[in-house]
Design a binder for this molecule. Structure first.
Ligand code: NAI
Ligand code: MG
Length: 363
């Protein structure tokens, strides 16, 4: 099959780690079972420098037409003073909005070679492989009213509003069940139904969606605060955790740090399945930013970027064996003691961005 990819390297280390994904793509193309056609575009500060927009209409159209967007990182001190509407992050927000990427996937995986480097006990995280699914376009970050009012007596009142409609919960629940089917078959839904009406509805809709064609997947419910505790106490009890925008923001950052470096963490953002083709719009990106402090030194860790492409294989192209193979190649390179500077420890061999990409291709 032929798959269309739009590569958006962005700023800072983005253009340094994207070439390492291109090596992986070239390997798959040479193998011949699948063909990945790539186009490249500009996003973030580099796009602003080129044409005064954080993403051009032309590149937006390419993103909408692509089977998947592979995104590097945007931003940097150079663009701290550009107008708010065209700041580098606006390009990413525009992509998320126009592509309607409501499901944010944040895996927390512990590579065996790095288990000893975590601040948690080895037995707690060794072999960890969980996925946090965060609702990304609703909830308290976007709900109206959203105001600060002067009450006139030296007091102000801030209001944020948590809003969820049935359809928003239903589509993220479906995504959770479908993802769980490609993994260990278990979903844990987290909300606070004990104190929030949105939690009551969330629980109700997730339960109803489960009964409607997903009963092969195991479903459990957990209050989000207790879930946070369990996530640190014994994270291996989870497979897919599905939760709202606010809880998901926090829980995914906590889960991320179970396993260590920012340079290791991939993510994906998915839209709804197309009514005729069933394919979801999708954007894959490392969790980290543009790392301006190390940009240009050749020291950036390309693993988060490469693992993001593995997620594209898994979730956009149903290439599960290939995704497993790429994840295993990363693990093997680490097993050999190869490290970029950010994950180096005693007795390991420090190599640069390009050498790490080559090592993973070789594996
Ligand atoms: P950052 O993630 O860029 O860097 C934080 C620290 O982690 C730095 O010390 C950096 O050197 C290190 N680091 C990050 N990725 C690494 C990698 N692949 N290999 C080795 N070391 C790595 O976050 P920071 O410094 O807060 O933000 C820098 C810029 O990136 C800002 O302009 C920010 O707005 C932007 N940003 C962009 C994001 C995106 O494009 N999605 C996400 C987060 C921040
Ligand atoms: Mg966050």
């Amino acid at each position: 099959a032929t798959h269309k990819l739009l590569l958006l390297p962005g700023d800072g280390i983005g253009p340094e780690i994207m070439p390492e994904v291109k090596k992986i793509i070239a390997w798959f193309n040479a193998r011949g079972t699948d063909t990945f056609e790539t186009e490249e575009g500009l996003v973030g500060g580099c796009a602003y420098d080129a044409h005064g927009q954080s993403i051009s209409e032309g590149d937006m159209a390419k993103a909408m037409a692509a089977d998947a967007v592979i995104f590097g990182a945007v931003g940097g001190p150079k663009w701290d003073k550009v107008p708010y509407e065209v700041r580098p992050e606006a390009g990413l927000l525009r992509l998320r909005k126009d592509m309607q990427l409501f499901a944010n996937l944040r895996p927390a995986i512990c590579y065996p070679a790095l288990a000893g480097a975590s601040s948690l006990k080895r037995e707690v995280i060794e072999g960890l492989d969980i996925l946090i699914l965060r609702e990304l376009t609703g909830g308290v970050y976007f709900g109206e009213p959203k105001t600060i009012t002067d009450l006139g007596n030296g007091q102000k009142r801030a209001i944020d509003t948590q809003v969820y409609d049935t359809y928003e919960i239903e589509r993220i629940a479906k995504a959770a069940f479908e993802l769980a089917r490609t993994r260990k078959g278990k979903v844990t839904s987290m909300e606070k139904r004990n104190v929030m009406k949105s939690g009551v509805l969330w629980n109700e809709v997730v339960t109803a969606t489960h009964k409607n064609g997903y009963e092969d997947v195991q479903l459990e419910h957990m209050l989000a605060d207790a879930g946070g505790m369990q996530l640190v106490r014994w994270p291996k009890q989870f497979d897919v955790i599905v939760t709202d925008n606010l809880f998901g923001d926090m829980l995914s950052d906590v889960a991320a740090m179970l396993t260590g470096s920012l340079g290791m963490l991939p993510s994906a953002s998915l839209g709804a399945p197309d009514a005729t083709t069933g394919k979801r719009k999708a954007l894959y990106e490392p969790v980290h930013g543009s790392a301006p402090d190390i940009a240009g030194t050749g020291a950036a860790n390309p693993i988060a970027m490469i693992a993001s492409f593995a997620m594209a294989l898994r979730y956009s192209f149903e290439k599960v064996a290939e995704a497993d193979m790429l994840d295993k190649a990363i693990a093997n390179a680490l097993d050999k003691g190869l490290r970029t500077r950010d994950i180096a420890s005693e007795g390991t061999t420090v190599i640069g961005t390009s050498a790490m990409g080559d090592a993973i291709v070789a594996e």
